[in-house]
Design a protein around this ligand. Structure first.
Ligand SMILES: O=C(O)CCC(=O)C(=O)O
Ligand SMILES: [Fe+2]
Length: 318
């Protein structure tokens, strides 16, 4: 079988075929590539994913302008309410000094939620991030449909399983320049959701653990990093594993990124599916849990002492 990528790098996959009619053979081949990347890396980079280059560069430019504002201005977007136990509150937060992670971020929920605290300045910022949010949602749906076919689920299985869009969020971040050689922008972690899309600027620093070593996920204009989260690891009983990844602090300049978290309905029960367990005689590797219960556990240790000691999916391992 042809290697997915040279040098063990995360493969880049062109999704343009899904935006035209017909060409079923080509679609099948791309689905195969996506599925293999997800099983081998838990991650791939997507080109021609349906989000316009114009929107991406406009949003990135406005994101820089937002974070360049004085703290006083940014703090006007501080979270209004503490938010529920399962979610980091919407709004602007700078990581406290004791945090190992050196970044500041603006967390955003669905535009229709009425829960966002978005700035009026720079002009156009709010419209751009709302448009980006809606676009990421569509990309999420596309990846679910690709994985449904690759995994041989009944048509629309994943779409129906993950139909509640009110739990998605987007985190817009600025990573501060490194102050010491091994400064951490975001410490090593796995994402606890279904799929994360990362759109990074040209600075670099995102790394993924593969076969015991961190490999860089280099920036590439217009490309989205698609990272599978713990939900897929549990549902597939580890046929797909969510990759450990981190961001090394940039040298000399700030780094900006958008991470969109395609989540699950909070009350959704997550457990290894029969197709990956009983039907093939494999014991389940995880106990079942409710999505919001897992999120609450993950967030608790980020906001309460002992900081940094994060609960991860091994919490439910059998
Ligand atoms: O900023 C990035 O490149 C990735 C951020 C990340 O891993 C996260 O927000 O979970
Ligand atoms: Fe992450």
């Amino acid at each position: 079988m042809e290697k997915l990528s040279k040098n063990n790098n995360v493969p880049t996959i062109d999704l343009s075929v899904f935006f035209r009619d017909g060409d079923e053979e080509a679609k099948k081949a791309v689905k195969e590539k996506v599925g293999r990347a997800c099983t081998e890396y838990g991650c791939f980079m997507a080109k021609n994913h349906g989000i316009s280059a114009e929107l991406m560069s406009r949003a990135m430019q406005l994101c820089r302008e937002f974070f360049d504002l004085e703290d006083e201005e940014k703090l006007k977007c501080s979270p209004i309410a503490a938010g529920p136990a399962w979610r980091i509150p919407a709004g602007y937060t700078k990581h406290p000094a004791h945090s190992p992670d050196k970044n500041e971020h603006l967390l955003m929920l669905a535009p229709q939620s009425g829960l966002n605290v978005l700035p009026n300045s720079p002009p156009g910022f709010k419209d751009a991030v709302e448009e980006l949010f809606e676009n990421f949602t569509k990309t999420g749906e596309l990846i679910l449909s690709i994985l449904t076919d690759y995994m041989d689920f009944p048509p629309n299985f994943l779409k129906e399983f993950n139909q509640d869009r009110s739990w998605d969020w987007m985190n817009i971040k600025r990573y501060f320049p490194a102050t010491e050689p091994d400064s951490v922008g975001i410490s090593s972690h796995k994402d606890g959701n279904a799929i994360t899309f990362v759109f990074q600027d040209d600075v670099g620093g995102l790394e993924l653990l593969k076969d015991g070593r961190y490999i860089p996920i280099p920036p590439s204009p217009g490309t989205l990093v698609c990272n599978l989260g713990d939900i897929f690891q549990v549902l597939t009983n580890e046929k797909i594993t969510s990759p450990l990844h981190r961001v090394v602090s940039p040298k000399g300049s700030s780094r900006y990124s958008f991470s969109f978290f395609y989540n699950m309905g909070g009350d959704k029960w997550i457990e290894p599916l029969p197709q990956f367990t009983t039907e093939i005689g494999e014991p389940p590797k995880y106990k079942g849990f409710m999505f919001k219960e897992y999120q609450a556990l993950r967030i608790r240790n980020k906001t309460h002492p002992p900081y940094g000691e994060s609960v991860d999916i091994t919490h439910y391992a059998i």
